[in-house]
Write a protein that binds this ligand. Sequence first.
Ligand code: AKG
Length: 277
Amino acid sequence: MQITGPTERLNDLIQGKAYEGLELKREILDELGFFVVRNILGSDETNHYYGLFKELIANGTIKRSEFHSTEYKIDHVSIFDDLPKKPSFKKLWPHFFSGKVGSNFKRILSKDQDSPAAVILHQDTSYQFGDTEQYSLFTSLTPSSPRNGGLQLYPGTHKLGYLGDAGSLNPSVLPKEIQACAPNLARGDMLVMHSATWHFSELFQEGEERVYLEWHILNAESPFSNKTLWGDPVQQWQVDFNIVNREESDFFVRSRSMRLKEAIAELEELKMNSPKN
Ligand SMILES: O=C(O)CCC(=O)C(=O)O
């Protein structure tokens, strides 16, 4: 298998730091699959949301997900819901889905010395439902860089779309000229990422805890949108289901992952009953 792409152009954009600015540049997001909007929140606002996050942990309202080392599910909490109404966020919405912007989950992704694990190279599209044009908006509540496990992304890889399976991707199939980009985020910066972009994060090594407040956005007319953030959508089909709990969907009577779970359970049983035990 050989993949070719506009590597010279992508490298020029990365080297010229075209991926960052005070305002979202939609055409650059389309080319690279990501963009950093600087200073989407001021420092007082950022500290306010960071404080809320710490309070929610301290009073037991949220906790780290059992099977995802950086994730806190926060969909049951409404104190972050004023964010999409902030003037700086409102400026973003006309850039997406002809101004009909929906969301179907929000969460916090944090990494520190107590939960330092690296996250494999993957794309989110394989874990989502519906249209493949969806985005994560990661607002950084603390400084983020590769040293504290910040996200790194392969430019342009969203153009490959959905890849037919989920799991750890193989970066050696990409054109050798393409390098991962590791944007440093300051408190209050936002990383906008197309869900098909290949991304990963390294082990937390040092520095402040790395905390992203993520809003996931999609076309508000998608059956999987459960909250309209902007516009006046006509939503003819709706699936009442929170994709943060994707393993609980009822779409399949028998899916690949169900068969895999069954096979693992059978294997465990065989091992238990083998004469060696
Ligand atoms: O928290 C991280 O470092 C990455 C998380 C991520 O990419 C994901 O949950 O899809």
